[in-house]
Design a protein around this ligand. Structure first.
Ligand SMILES: *[C@@H]1O[C@H](CO)[C@@H](O)[C@H](O)[C@H]1NC(C)=O
Ligand SMILES: CC(=O)N[C@H]1CO[C@H](CO)[C@@H](O)[C@@H]1O
Length: 496
């Protein structure tokens, strides 16, 4: 009896064990396939965790040095999303600012410490610098201090000081890494597609002097736009540094009179006779939301080319593009080149709708408003269709108007105003309405707040701003752009 019970017990133990074993086996077998990247990243939040896919490149880690130029007024707000995204894959970088500090455990260096003391006492921009050195951010109104670029705010003392950073930055970066091949200069709101940057640079000869930039002209000077990022090879760095050291006082004077540091660097590049490699659209100044996807400049359709930088990226934009890049690299063969059109097709397209309320389309096309119609002469009014005259009265009228124009791709409507456009942009949530869009700044330069849903508006609590795209035209739109590419795969790298 006892032995029989024992045997039964043994048998059931054996059964249990084998069941457990096969379960374990199933689990182990399923693990690799089912392990979603999101799960791993929850387990590993370290900066350099294994779940992050970083590009492999023929360039060695110490070939490339990335320099981020920032200022104390924006560093704390903008750097953290960099640390969490692109910089996790960048092996060697430094951050230059107008104040020494530590942000998220990273040291930030004051790049202006060695500027001539006489200059520091006479150039008005350094009053702000002196404040930073003495009291840090204390007593500053950050609201008015943030924003960059001339369109950001000329009043912004942080931006006005920024022009002084460029030449010392080149000089110091070279001293820091005298043996790197490439020096990449970006800003905290510049997003860099690192895999593409490495792929591109590996095709260029670093022994030649290179000044790679997004062309911009001002005061008759050609220069690489700072926010789009620019790249110098070591021979170029050496020439700039030497020229700077030999002509420091003259250059200080030019900087004092000039308004932008990237322009002053452009002047120095000309003086040392290094022509610019026109890198558009690899390097470009728009963000995911403001980029016009069909844009053409220098006879190059951005669509067909490898995307290498974006500018004016918010933290949310950065994290979105970073997640997308990670997934995209997992799904595509190693070494695949990410083009603007891939980003459109996989990231932007499914965000388009026939009707998206609370969304600012950033249409810069024709505007039809009650004021405009009211102000028209009877003669001009006669020239307009009934639909055009009434487009501003409802979203349906506005949509129908867009539909009636074969090349209209998107519209947006606010009570009393309809605007339609042939240019496709994603836009952004309309917590504010963009009233003035600057193409050179790549962003809205004048905005007013709009009522959000939940607020008391005449539109029953909905946000008063609505946008939409002609969804039945998107396929054609994309196909049409594909036809502009040199090969079905897209266009090659711009190498000269
Ligand atoms: C600093 O700048 C002033 C004015 O340009 C110049 O006279 C002086 O020689 C400079 N000092 C140094 C140490 O270069
Ligand atoms: C109806 C409406 O608000 N349309 C907007 C679309 O976006 C452009 C640029 O942001 C605005 O000027 C329009 O007012």
């Amino acid at each position: 009896m006892a032995s029989k019970r024992l045997r039964n017990r043994r048998l059931s133990l054996l059964l249990l064990a084998s069941a457990l074993l096969s379960l374990a086996y199933l689990f182990i077998r399923r693990t690799p396939g089912s392990l979603a990247p999101r799960q791993t990243s929850v387990l590993q939040t370290q900066a350099h965790d294994d779940s992050v896919i970083c590009p492999k490149s023929p360039l060695k880690d110490d070939d490339v040095f990335v320099i981020i130029r920032t200022g104390a007024t924006e560093a704390r707000e903008k750097l953290p999303s960099h640390f969490k995204t692109v910089l996790t894959c960048v092996p060697d970088f430094i951050i230059y600012s107008d104040m020494d500090e530590v942000v998220d455990g990273h040291r930030i260096y004051d790049v202006l410490d060695e500027v001539n003391k006489t200059i520091k006492s006479i150039a008005p921009e350094f009053e702000f610098y002196d404040h930073l050195q003495a009291r840090g951010l204390e007593g500053l109104n950050i609201q008015t201090s943030s924003g960059s670029g001339p369109q950001g705010s000329m009043e912004n003392p942080g931006w006005r000081l920024d022009k002084w950073k460029f030449l010392p930055m080149v000089d110091k970066a070279l001293q820091q890494r005298p043996k790197a091949s490439w020096y990449i200069f970006i800003e905290p709101d510049t997003y860099m597609v690192w895999s593409n940057m490495l792929e591109w640079l590996s095709k260029l000869d670093p022994k030649k002097p290179y000044y790679i930039g997004r062309h911009m002209y001002s005061s008759g000077v050609l220069f690489g736009h700072g926010g789009s990022g620019f790249v110098l090879s070591r021979p170029a760095m050496e020439k700039v540094s030497q020229y700077y050291r030999e002509n420091q006082n003259t250059l200080d004077e030019e900087t004092r009179q000039g308004w932008a540091g990237d322009l002053i660097l452009g002047r120095v590049m000309k003086a040392v006779k290094i022509p610019m490699l026109w890198a558009y659209p690899h390097l470009q100044g728009d963000s995911l939301t403001s980029m016009e996807w069909g844009i053409e400049k220098l006879s190059r359709r951005a669509w067909c080319f490898a995307a290498t930088t974006f500018h004016h990226m918010t933290s949310a934009d950065m994290e979105m593009l970073w997640q997308f890049e990670q997934t995209w690299h997992q799904r595509n063969p190693a070494g695949s080149v990410l083009r603007f059109r891939d980003i459109f097709n996989s990231l932007i397209r499914h965000r388009l709708r026939d009707d998206r309320s609370g969304w600012d389309n950033m249409s810069t096309g024709t505007e039809y408003s009650k004021e405009k119609v009211d102000a028209m002469s009877p003669n001009n009014r006669d020239q307009m269709s009934l639909l055009e005259l009434n487009a501003h009265t409802s979203i349906d009228m506005c949509k129908t108007l867009c539909h009636g124009k074969p090349d209209c791709i998107q519209f947006s409507f606010a009570p009393g105003r309809c605007s339609i456009s042939t240019q496709l942009r994603l836009g952004r949530p309309a917590d504010s309405q963009c009233l003035e869009y600057s193409n050179s700044a790549g962003k809205c330069v004048k905005t007013v707040p709009v009522s959000k849903s939940g607020g008391k508006t005449s539109q029953g609590g909905e946000s008063s701003l609505q946008s939409g795209w002609m969804m039945d035209r998107i396929d054609n739109y994309a196909r049409e752009l594909d036809n502009h590419c040199a090969t079905p795969a897209g266009n090659d790298w711009i190498l000269k």
